[in-house]
Design a protein around this ligand. Structure first.
Ligand code: HEM
Ligand code: NAG
Length: 342
């Protein structure tokens, strides 16, 4: 009987062992190539990439991140978000770190980034130390990926091995930053599309959204929700209105915790909040409650009751996100200063 692609993928472990390779080998190869186009994971190396060329690289990054996060827990959130905003815009290539110059417009001024992204100084400090230890060896893009992992771990979340070997872009794109990053008023379909455009599944999208278990958002990004959405807990909305005025203006930058239950702990409380209509952003609440269509309700419930399942899915999704279109081999460069091309 001829087998379909799905049978090849879903064969139980026992039968997979004795699977006649020629029958599905080509399919596996084709799938691997197709996946590489969107999420270039095949091109990255293991976490031991710098073991010979810069043995202290990972310890240096971890120490600097720990210090920064101990001084200010929110910095862990900010460093995690930097990696996300890097990877979604022309791949994980540190394009987000490039400063504007007279002849060059970078991504820092784009809508989702301006007046919002932070943590650049921490990355600069790490890069300065690494340039002293091993000049022009560790890329800014790899620093972002490791700093994100170390931030999550320092805040009490899961950890994972970070594939390494990314190189740094010599270009950036403000227009891609505006088009490819999802916004706080996104619908569930908008979120699913934005992630699927980067080769990430709906499970990846929901798991990664759990990053909003830490960090802060500005009043201007949740104003419409807390004044006008109907799928919001009444007392939650009332307490937020007290610090986020209805009118645009002076209060735009007031900070609200993305997870009002445990603001600085990397736990699964974010998902519990969604079950009780306490998501801060419209895009957060879109993951649960039918307001967004309901397709991800089951996953949100599962993550709310099973922290281990979420942690494992989050870690796996971070590796996938960190593998979006990396520059490897002789592509790009190893920047000396993360803020400008060599
Ligand atoms: C699902 C689509 C997403 C949307 C629409 C979204 C949107 C936002 C917005 C609007 C803010 C607040 C920015 C501000 O007010 O200055 C924010 C903060 C944050 N986002 Fe997301 N985000 C999404 C996914 C992610 C992902 C995938 C990650 C990381 C894996 C992430 C990590 C964070 C963190 C940690 C913060 C807090 C940053 C800080 O306190 O400095 N977000 N996000
Ligand atoms: C709430 O909706 C009303 C009616 O559409 C609109 O005039 C108002 O500006 C909205 N308020 C906020 C804070 O978005």
């Amino acid at each position: 009987m001829p087998m379909t692609p799905l049978e090849c993928d879903m064969a139980p472990a026992a039968s997979r062992q004795s699977w006649p390779l020629p029958r599905c080998g080509l399919l596996v190869l084709a799938l691997a190539l197709a996946t590489t186009a969107a999420v270039g994971s095949a091109q990255l190396s293991s976490e031991s990439y710098y073991d010979a060329s810069c043995p202290a690289a990972l310890l240096t990054i971890r120490t600097a991140v720990s210090t920064a996060v101990l001084l200010e827990p929110r910095m862990g959130a900010s460093l995690l978000r930097l990696h996300f905003h890097d990877c979604f815009v022309q791949g994980c290539d540190a394009s987000v770190l490039l400063d504007d110059t007279a002849s060059f417009t970078g991504e820092k001024g784009a809508g989702p980034n301006a007046g919002s992204l932070r943590g650049f100084d921490v990355i600069d400090n790490i890069k300065m130390l690494l340039e002293l230890l091993c000049p022009q060896t560790v890329s800014c893009a790899d620093i972002l990926a490791v700093a994100a992992r170390d931030s999550v771990a320092q805040l009490g979340g899961p950890s994972w091995a970070v594939p390494l070997g990314r190189r740094d872009a010599t270009t950036a794109s403000a227009s891609l930053a505006n088009s490819d990053l999802p916004g706080p008023t996104s619908s569930l379909n908008g979120l699913l599309n934005a992630f699927s455009n980067k080769g990430l599944s709906s499970t990846d999208m929901v798991a990664l959204s759990g990053a909003h278990t830490v960090g802060r958002a500005q009043c201007k990004n949740c104003r419409a929700r807390i004044y006008n959405d109907t799928d919001i807990d009444a007392s939650f909305a009332a307490s937020l209105r007290a610090s986020c005025p209805a009118q645009a203006g002076a209060g735009d930058g007031a900070l609200e915790p993305l997870d009002g239950s445990t603001p600085d702990a990397f736990d699964n409380a974010y998902f519990g909040n969604l079950l009780s209509q306490r998501g801060l952003l419209h895009s957060d609440q879109a993951l649960f409650g039918g307001g967004g269509g309901g397709a991800t309700d089951g996953l949100v419930s599962a993550y709310a009751s099973n922290a281990g399942q979420w942690g494992a899915d989050f870690a796996a999704a971070m590796v996938k996100m960190g593998s979006i279109s990396p520059l490897t081999g002789t592509d790009g460069e190893i920047r000396v200063n993360c803020r400008r091309v060599n």
